[in-house]
Write a protein that binds this ligand. Sequence first.
Ligand code: ZN
Length: 142
Amino acid sequence: MTNLDNLYREIIMEHYKNPRNKGLLDDPRYTKIRIKNPSCGDDITVQTLVEDGIIKDCRQEATGCSISVASASVLTEIMMNKPVSEAIKLAENFLNMVSNKEYDETLDLEEAEVFGGVKQFPARIKCASIAWVAFKDTLDKE
Ligand code: ZN
């Protein structure tokens, strides 16, 4: 983490300490996906509620390293009230960005741009990606 920009690091730590939209709901209208990353103990569940093609709610329950927990928190904030088609595009773009693949820099990833530096640390790419993969999977299950 030492090579990451300090501001980015601060944002990640802030989300790690105060995760947004944390806690799952026992509500059958929600779709839930859980993904674990055994290599560093990350355990992430993402829950979405879609109505009329809009993500009405996005929740998470995450334990693990700071990158995976912060990434889940940032995800829920960004996806709230987004149309499903736009949300999928953003998630794919994020996953390409952190895995050092070509991505569309004109798409606004908002605070999630802080994870752009993760590509320099191949071992952490999975940490940053888990919540976003789980999120996409909840939409596929709709
Ligand atoms: Zn991790």
